[in-house]
Design a protein around this ligand. Structure first.
Ligand code: UFG
Length: 338
């Protein structure tokens, strides 16, 4: 019998790409989302890409324990991948309780469901400003600089503790994403930020299409070769595939520890300016940009050592930054109807 994976927050950017890859790998998927930060565009795109009209979709809020109970009673769920969370760093500073309540309660409700396999979407933000790069999973976590980042750390701890206390009944995987960017090569699913984008690539594509006047590059006086920050930009399809490898490891009983942690990145640092230049080059256009002051809270440089994920999960990032930036641009044109 096919194993069934629940994707919470499955109508969003990462969740929709993960749903596509899980279905391609032969899993049944149940998508659940409260639609607080997305519309049905991506879920409709998922159905087109997979050719599957019958993917179960449940509109629900994971903070509602009764709704969570009903969901688990209605479907035979073997594993959960949990994405349903708020993710805007700045907003979390202004409205910390909104973030703590939503991101922590929804995750604890999932753990209370008793599902034996839980994968949590964590972030490289747990490493803060690292002393040494690239970072391995053993690199120390630093205290979070925003409530959003803190919810990632607390959820990591909640999962570790709950696995420990479960006496082998619960297995957990924490995937620490670096900077997910791009879109599906079909241009049918991608990132749909509401309002002014916080993240670099959606700001670039919206500037290129004319929705924004000018991209501000935050800081060109960092101690890096070109003065702009260094990040590890990971293609969204590559990132989605990492989830399939992780879920398989859980469901095939291959885990060596109750809770395993993996960096999901390329291992390749790219500066903001390099990314902007690559976007211009591969898409044959000029971007209106200017240098602006540093953005508070940004770290200078972080990229992954992905060796553990390469070796234990058998996963490796494959797509080039160029292909990823082409896909991001194709998606922006698709949603603009061009
Ligand atoms: N940047 C710009 N201009 C913009 C947007 C971003 O120059 O308009 C720069 C940033 O200063 C940074 C780089 O582009 O140097 C990447 O910024 P993003 O906002 O795309 O990504 P971050 O590295 O800031 O975000 C990551 C994760 C978040 C996490 C955050 C912690 O995507 O989930 O780190 O600070 F919360």
């Amino acid at each position: 019998m096919k194993k069934c994976v629940l994707v919470s927050g499955g109508a969003g950017f990462i969740g929709s790409h993960v749903t596509v890859e899980l279905i391609a790998a032969g899993y049944d998927v149940v998508v659940a989302d409260n639609m607080s930060n997305c519309d049905m565009t991506c879920f409709e795109g998922v159905k087109k890409i997979t050719g599957r009209e019958d993917i179960p979709f449940v509109k629900m809020d994971f903070c509602d324990m009764e709704a969570v109970r009903q969901l688990f009673a209605a479907y035979r769920i073997d594993a959960v991948i949990h994405f349903a969370a708020f993710k805007a760093v700045g907003e979390s500073v202004e409205q910390p309780l909104k973030y703590y309540k939503n991101n922590l309660i929804s995750f604890m409700n999932i753990l209370e469901s008793g599902c034996p396999n839980v994968l949590f979407s964590s972030s490289a933000t747990v490493y803060g400003e690292p002393e040494k790069v690239p970072v391995t999973e053993q690199s120390p976590r630093q205290s979070a600089t925003s409530p959003y980042g803190n919810t990632k750390q607390i959820c990591e701890d909640i999962l570790q503790d709950t696995v420990k206390a479960s006496g082998g009944k619960l297995r957990g995987i924490l995937l620490r994403y670096f900077n997910p960017i791009g879109a599906h090569p079909s241009a049918l699913i991608g990132e749909l930020p509401r309002g002014v984008p916080n993240n670099l690539v959606p700001f670039i594509t919206q500037t290129a299409i004319g929705k924004r006047e000018c991209l501000s590059i935050f800081g060109n006086d960092y101690p890096t070769a070109d003065g702009t920050c260094l990040r590890d930009y990971i293609d969204i399809v590559d990132l989605a595939k990492a989830h399939v490898f992780a879920v398989r490891r859980m469901l095939d009983d291959k885990m060596e520890q109750g809770c395993e942690v993996y960096n999901i990145g390329t291992g390749r640092p790219v500066s903001v300016l390099e990314l902007v230049n690559a976007f211009e080059k591969v898409n044959g256009l000029k971007l209106n940009y200017k240098f602006a002051p540093r953005r508070p809270g940004d770290v200078t440089a972080i990229w992954a050592d992905p060796t553990l994920a390469n070796e234990k999960l058998g996963w490796k990032a494959e797509r080039s930054v160029e292909d990823t930036l082409k896909a991001a641009w194709a998606w922006e044109k698709h949603i603009a109807g061009k």
